[in-house]
Design a protein around this ligand. Structure first.
Ligand SMILES: *Cc1c(COP(=O)(O)O)cnc(C)c1O
Length: 346
């Protein structure tokens, strides 16, 4: 049975064009810098981000980790949001492997960090009690805050503030292209001012594996060594990069369709008694909703019954769900999902 899979945009399979490009990819040993397909992907990514250089990495987690380890020495502090992916979902890697402590600031409801909060988190470098404040991490779109996005204006403001105080800015842009198309702008407007950015090829862009970390040439040279240290130096990785190239060439603009379907899904679910869609959801390709008090089923029970109706969803808390639209969800899938919820709850 073919399920309608709304658990995440990471479940996307490669498209037929990607499989063909992978089969035909020209490859070499990328640890020697000799894989032409990886090199081409890295150049394309850097140009799209308006950064000097790119580095193909195994995952977004590896990209963020390599970036923060390249920017920070042991004991340097990274300022990040308390709902950020790096704080929440990356197994504490920056601290465990890099000796980088984090200063967690409350994410605003839209996923941003308040500049005043960053200001008050800054350490006095002359006081030996403190770690050195070194880096601010921003996330765009913001996963745990609802797939919300930041504007170019905010990004520039944050970077200007950070740079004026001797900090660098790393952007976790796992879904940066969702943030860009949602605003009708090019991604580079959101990435040019930051010191480094990671984005995922393996989410809404449908490639099977990989992310690209971008930044200055000197930064990427450091990150390259750290990637090797982390075990991420891959050999004929052009097989994977080939799918990434197809993703960058053909899958960015169409993300607007995922956003439109997320809206359609939210509108449909608002009509189902027993469900409350979050105000303002969706901002991009994620719909957040909760079970109303009168519903006697819990989240896991709803999840199971939805599966029996051919729809995969995952409860993110006891009575709360995140539904994510992507390339493999069409209009019929949206309609079937709304009908399945109605069936399960009544
Ligand atoms: C998915 C995601 C990551 C990590 O990417 P992986 O490839 O799954 O390691 C990092 N940040 C955000 C915001 C994400 O959504």
């Amino acid at each position: 049975m073919d399920f309608i899979d709304l658990r995440s945009d990471t479940v996307t399979h490669p498209t037929p064009a990607m499989r063909e490009a992978m089969a035909k990819a020209e490859v070499g040993d990328d640890v020697y810098g000799e894989d032409p397909t990886v090199n081409r992907l890295q150049e394309m990514a850097a140009a799209l981000m308006r950064q000097e250089a790119g580095l193909f990495v195994a995952s977004g987690t590896m990209g963020n980790l390599a970036a923060i380890l390249a920017h920070c020495g042991r004991g340097d502090e990274a300022i990040l949001g308390d709902k950020s992916h790096t704080f929440y979902f990356e197994a504490g890697g920056i601290s465990a492997l890099g000796g980088v402590p984090s200063y967690q600031l409350p994410n605003q409801p839209d996923g941003s960090l308040a500049i005043e909060d960053i200001q008050s988190a800054l350490r006095d470098p002359s006081d030996p009690h403190y770690p050195f404040s070194r880096l601010v991490a921003l996330e765009n779109t913001h996963n745990r805050c609802g797939g919300t996005f930041q504007t170019p204006e905010y990004t520039r403001q944050l970077c200007d503030f950070a740079h004026a105080h001797g900090l660098v800015v790393h952007l976790d842009g796992a879904r940066i292209f969702n943030a860009a198309v949602a605003q009708g702008i090019a991604a580079k407007e959101l990435t040019a001012p930051v010191d480094s950015v990671t984005f995922c090829l393996s989410k809404g862009l449908c490639a099977p594996v990989g992310s690209v970390l971008c930044g200055s040439k000197a930064f990427i040279a450091k990150a390259h060594r750290i990637r090797k240290m982390l075990g991420g130096g891959m050999r004929q990785a052009g097989i994977l990069a080939a799918a990434g190239i197809v993703a960058l060439e053909t899958m960015i603009e169409r993300l607007v369709e995922d956003h439109a379907r997320a809206r359609k899904l939210a509108d449909g679910l608002k009509q189902v008694a027993g469900l409350t869609v979050d105000a303002g959801s969706p901002a991009t390709n994620m719909v957040f909703l909760s079970l109303a008090d009168e519903v006697t089923l819990n989240g896991l029970q709803v999840e199971e019954k939805m599966k029996a109706n051919g729809v995969l969803i995952s409860a993110i808390r006891e009575r709360r769900f995140r539904l994510v639209t992507h390339y493999w969800i069409d209009d019929a899938g949206v309609e079937k999902t709304v009908a399945a919820f109605r069936q399960v709850l009544h």
